[in-house]
Design a protein. Structure first.
Length: 334
């Protein structure tokens, strides 16, 4: 049985998924599939993209086609299953299969350069990274609206992939090193917490409640929560921004730490806030705990402190859905 992430987002998210080779791109398009490697980055991507979201493929500095995610599945013994051959990394010599898969419904057919202004949000991320070096990039709603009008309706039909007899698994996470066994059970790390918080805050109710507790004057239904955003100062873990800016562009950077936050984290977040300028009314630092010195300094810097807790037991092996559904975000009073 596949791990299912129930979508409670305000609107579907949009991702560009990096593809490693031309051959793999052609297989993805032919069979209407996206596949992620068996390592922790693949597990993270699989958690990020929910059923009902939209995706395009990213290869050769171009975006290829638009799809709606129709289903998700994590396959056992993926190294023995088509369509992709295991990928071996030169640095380590280790081979990775593609157990994490998305079943895709074609929506639009196109091949467009990222130089186009419509892809500016993603292109900026790529430029500041000096290349891909990432499994996926989340784009904003403005980008999704633009690509929904590109190209044409799909002309070619998807060729269903015939798999031999196989089984699937439910992806789980743990802090217990003895229980970790990728790809079925991965270590709980910061990107997974970021993804869980993004999913939690994609609920209008949850986001509005947090905004009220933080005394931030904004309406949750007008905002979107995006994954990692590159800036010259570094990489914002999450970005809370207006979906359709009119006259101004309200943005709140969110820094996430699995354990206690320190002075370095506060300084880094403040640097992001300065980079965003007048569009940034505050920053948000989310962590398991905060020292007294951090609590005193945060208010002076305009940083809101939010303590997270999980209902799921990470000494066991909860699913991603159990993680994000059980998360609690408590605003600390300055």
């Amino acid at each position: 049985m596949a791990d299912v992430v129930a979508s409670e987002t305000q609107r579907p998210s949009y991702f560009l998924i990096s593809v490693s080779t031309r051959e793999n791109l052609e297989l993805c398009i032919r069979h209407g599939l996206a596949g992620f490697l068996s390592g922790e980055n693949g597990a993270w991507t699989f958690c990020e993209v929910a059923e009902g979201d939209f995706v395009s493929f990213l290869y050769g500095a171009k975006a290829h086609n638009l799809y709606r995610v129709a289903g998700r599945e994590a396959l056992c013994n993926a190294d023995k299953l088509p369509p992709w051959k295991p990928l071996t990394f030169r640095e380590t010599g280790k081979a990775y299969a593609f157990p994490f898969r998305l079943h895709l419904e074609p929506i639009r057919e196109f091949t467009e350069s990222l130089v186009r202004a419509e892809f500016a949000y993603v292109a900026e991320n790529l430029l500041l990274r000096g290349g891909y070096r990432k499994t996926h990039f989340q784009a904003d709603q403005t980008t999704l609206q633009s690509v929904s009008d590109m190209g044409s309706r799909p002309r070619a039909s998807i060729v269903p992939l015939k798999l031999p007899e196989h089984s699937s698994f439910i992806l789980r996470f743990t802090r217990n090193a003895k229980l970790a066994c990728a790809p079925e059970t991965c270590r709980f790390k910061e990107p997974i917490l970021q993804a869980a918080i993004r999913q939690h805050l994609s609920s209008v109710k949850n986001l509005q409640s947090l905004l009220a507790c933080l005394n931030l004057d904004a309406r949750a239904e007008t905002l979107e929560v995006l994954g990692e955003k590159a800036l010259p100062q570094g990489f914002i873990d999450l970005l809370l921004k207006q979906r359709a800016p009119l006259g101004s562009s309200w943005k709140v950077p969110i820094e996430v730490k699995t354990k206690s936050a320190g002075q370095k984290d506060l300084s880094q977040l403040h640097a992001y806030m300065k980079e965003l300028g007048d569009d940034c009314p505050a920053g948000m630092l989310v962590a398991a705990g905060f020292g007294r010195q951090i609590s005193r300094q945060a208010s002076d810097l305009g940083v809101k402190l939010v303590q997270y807790s999980l209902g799921a037991d990470l000494n066991a092996t909860p699913t991603f859905e159990e993680l994000w559904r059980g998360i609690n975000l408590a605003a600390l009073r300055s």
